[in-house]
Design a protein around this ligand. Structure first.
Ligand code: GDP
Ligand code: GDP
Length: 456
């Protein structure tokens, strides 16, 4: 499970600054989940091979009716969902009554927490530590979020005990023309494991029909549902078999079996959603055709895209819609979902079951695309052909050379290209290579990543 870290503290202590620093390389996915989470911001971050989720809570003032106030409720919920809480204080401002109230609350909460003293750029870290020791939360970790100081040490404390995502791929260094041994370890080793099969996360905002779809998928007669292999704090994992293939549904809607039917018992949670995406091989992203594409859909889709998981889109509630409405929705999809155009789109009715069976075909196809181990020779051949067709641009009157390519990861496929002057390759050229690989390898339903290796 991807660890979740919540940042709490009074306003202006520097939470957003830290949040931005932790998630900076990935700001594309930093999504403000408007409405539901007015005061929260979610981001995905990476540290030493560990992916984690950061929540910037924004809301605890602590010094008024604070803890009960509506704004604080958001923060409290974020704290509940987190594996660890980073409580940030302002070393320049010194300790305040608000800090003390938050500290008291944290002590009662019985949750792993860290005291972080920010803005030590202008204060001696030892003085900062002494200043906040009365909070009774142990030694403060001194940082300067705005300057990047102390961050590594802080993350070691907070994340060190969590396991790394997966084996990092062996560095593939070599002379020109040398290829990389096949069967090497890939960055993310996806299933299907004997036990789980393909892990499918059912994702979407509230009321789009996720639990109806889960019920429908599991209620099909050809499906054999196994006894649930234990539930987690977050989503529910439901293993089943269909047409001799194994799957596990990761159900974020919190559907539970009650006798013969499954019933939704839990509320929507962004953290649960993000974790389910991370833990899946394929995401079925559910939208409500009657509402079209809304901002929340785009935010959540942004997370799916950033995670690199294979993606199938289900436009639900397609039943009983007028032809003109259908045309309108289709136009909307083309206009607003261009950034996930690699994904198959299905128009379904979870309620009546129409189109639901077809989802499996896309799930299978996108999974296969996402995890096939393409040999180095094949990837290099495609690279050579692509370069012959369109050479990379000149840089300082020298031509960028791209020598060979190999697979560096799967789900999503990561294509590592070796060459020189690779830092000067324009984005448009990378897109060209990406499209070429996609077309030649006939990839469907999965994003691909391209990474360059090599000097100047
Ligand atoms: P938040 O309300 O807790 O999210 O706080 P912000 O991240 O918005 O920061 C509040 C103010 O503190 C801003 O003016 C930041 O520039 C400033 N700030 C944040 N980190 C540091 C730091 O490490 N050192 C100093 N001197 N100022 C900082
Ligand atoms: P969730 O919050 O995403 O799990 O959504 P639910 O599965 O609880 O569905 C929300 C509402 O949409 C319920 O009233 C469902 O009956 C309704 N609904 C779900 N799927 C369909 C569908 O395919 N067609 C129609 N017309 N209504 C649906």
């Amino acid at each position: 499970m991807v660890p979740v870290i919540a940042l709490v503290g009074r306003p202006n202590v520097g939470k957003s600054t830290l949040f931005n620093r932790l998630t900076k390389s990935r700001d594309a996915i930093v999504a403000e989940y408007a409405g539901l989470t007015r005061d929260r911001q979610y981001g995905e971050a990476k540290w030493q091979g560990r992916t984690y989720i950061v929540i910037d809570t924004g809301g605890l003032t602590g010094d008024e009716e604070g803890i009960d106030a509506k704004m604080a409720e958001q923060s409290l919920q974020a704290m509940q969902e987190a594996d660890a809480v980073m409580f940030m204080v302002d070393a320049r401002a010194g300790m305040t009554p608000g800090d003390q109230m938050i500290a008291e609350h944290l002590r009662k909460m019985n949750k792993r927490h860290f005291l972080v003293a920010n803005k030590v750029d202008s204060i001696d870290p030892d003085i900062a530590r002494a200043e906040f020791s009365p909070l009774g939360l142990g030694d403060a970790l001194p940082i300067a979020a705005a300057h990047g100081r102390g961050i590594t040490h802080m993350l070691e404390q907070a994340l060190g005990m969590f396991p790394k995502d997966n084996a990092e791929v062996a560095e593939a260094e070599g002379e020109e023309g040398e290829t990389v041994a096949e069967g090497e370890e890939l960055k993310r080793i996806p299933g299907p494991s004997e036990k789980d099969g393909i892990k499918i996360a059912i994702i979407g905002r509230p009321n789009v029909g996720k639990s109806t779809l889960v019920n429908r998928m599991l209620g099909e007669e050809r499906v054999i549902v196994y006894d649930q292999a234990g539930t987690t704090r977050d989503s529910i994992y439901i293993p089943f078999e269909r047409d001799d293939a194994k799957y596990t549904l990761i159900d974020t809607a919190g559907v539970r079996r009650r006798g013969k039917i499954f019933e939704a018992v839990e509320k929507f949670s962004v953290v649960k959603t993000l974790q389910a995406i991370q833990d899946s091989n394929v995401v079925i992203f559910v939208m409500d055709a009657r509402e079209g594409v809304v901002e929340h859909d785009l935010n959540l889709l942004g997370f799916v895209l950033e995670s690199g998981r294979a993606l199938v889109i289900a436009l639900n509630k397609w039943d009983g819609m007028e032809p003109s409405e259908r045309d309108y929705v289709k136009t909307e999809l083309e206009r607003r979902l261009f950034f996930v155009e690699f994904a198959d789109i299905h128009f379904i009715s979870a309620k009546h079951g129409t189109g639901v069976g077809n989802l499996y075909k896309s799930v299978q196809a996108s999974f296969t695309s996402a995890v096939t181990r393409w040999p180095t020779s094949r990837l290099t051949q495609i690279l050579e052909d692509a370069v012959r067709e369109h050479a990379p641009p000149m840089v300082a009157s020298r031509r960028i050379k791209l020598r060979y390519a190999h697979l560096g990861g799967a789900n999503p496929p990561l294509i590592v290209i070796h060459g020189n002057q690779v830092d000067s390759i324009p984005k448009s050229y990378t897109r060209y290579l990406e499209n070429t690989y996609r077309r030649v390898l006939k990839l469907v339903g999965t994003p691909i990543r391209i990474e360059y290796k090599g000097g100047e």
